[in-house]
Design a protein around this ligand. Structure first.
Ligand code: TXA
Ligand code: MG
Length: 284
């Protein structure tokens, strides 16, 4: 199922995750679609071990030390994304950093090894609901919207992993408190990195106009459905495809020879709400 680009709910030692191939943008878009997330938060990418993590993120000495000490386990590290990694930009919400963790749960470990690729996995609940610590919780919130749940009983921590950012100098920042206590205060030098704050990273360097049905001569038009444009998020008007293409389409528009960007109207339903949320932030 993972190889086909579908998402599967799977237990980790913290909470059940909704896992999909992190290198497949359509598969990652499927996670957002199933969860009904109102915005594209960057997701945690799961790997079997430090060796696999080093193929997608840049580890300095401090990061390597933390991984060696706490992995596999409920610690997520936010590190620079390797430019040569195959991770879909939708998984990191277009950020130059990536949240990675090696989970300890045997079911998740087995899945990671069987599919041989990194798995993006947020908690397997509908957006705004409580995180699931059993397969029954997953079904209550996502039943009918996902093809499969791997049931391995209740999770042991029941609380999402601790998230720590490690900067170039090895300084640590607690981004989300969790099962592993590194003795860092959440308010140290600023607050927990909220999705709203992350949003500023999305903004392209060129002005962006929304709901455009045609382009001015100085605009690169990102189309959707019947509005064709210079490139289209989805000629078929498919929102899952559009979500998968969103960040790469913005990058492409930014790299074009035209000084401005315009984007076709996207219907505000389902994943379209998340796409419009992102676009509005990019235009702000
Ligand atoms: O325990 C867990 O970590 C569970 C299980 C399934 O592994 N996963 C989980 O994922 O909680 P999710 O997607 O619900 O949490 C992702 C969090 C978000 O709060 C997001 O802001 C943060 O990770 N995050 C992801 N990438 C980030 C980045 N590059 N910089 C800062 N924060 C990031
Ligand atoms: Mg969550």
């Amino acid at each position: 199922m993972i190889a086909q680009g579908l998402c599967v709910a799977v237990p980790t030692e913290t909470v059940y995750g909704l896992a999909a191939d992190a290198t497949n943008a359509m598969a990652v878009a499927g996670i957002y679609a199933a969860k009904g997330r109102p915005g594209f938060n960057p997701l945690i990418v799961h790997v079997p071990d430090l060796e696999a993590a080093q193929t997608i993120a840049v580890f300095n000495e401090k990061a390597r030390e933390l991984a060696a000490r706490y992995w596999p386990g409920p610690l997520t590290l936010v590190l620079p994304l390797r430019p040569d990694s195959a991770i879909a930009s939708l998984a990191t919400a277009g950020l130059p950093t990536i949240a990675v963790r090696a989970p300890a749960h045997p079911a998740m470990q087995a899945l990671l090894k069987a599919c041989g690729r990194p798995l993006a996995a947020p908690s397997a609940n509908a957006s705004g609901r409580i995180s699931p610590t059993s397969a029954a919780h997953v079904l209550k919130s996502l039943g009918g919207r996902i093809p499969m749940v791997i049931d391995a009983g209740p999770t042991s921590h029941g609380l999402e992993s601790t998230i720590v950012g490690v900067d170039e100098r090895g300084a640590l920042r607690l981004l989300r408190p969790g099962p592993i206590d590194l003795g860092l205060a959440a308010s140290d030098g600023g607050a927990i990195e909220a999705p709203g704050q992350l949003a500023s990273h999305y903004a392209p360097t060129k002005p962006l106009r929304l709901n455009a049905t045609s382009a001015g001569s100085d605009e690169w038009l990102i189309g959707f459905g019947s509005v064709r444009g210079d490139a289209s998020l989805s000629i078929a008007g498919d929102l899952v495809e559009a979500a998968a293409r969103l960040f790469s389409a913005l990058h492409e528009a930014e790299a074009s020879d035209r000084p401005k960007i315009a984007v076709a109207p996207i219907p505000s339903a389902g994943l379209g709400i998340a796409i419009n949320d992102r676009l509005k932030r990019a235009a702000a």
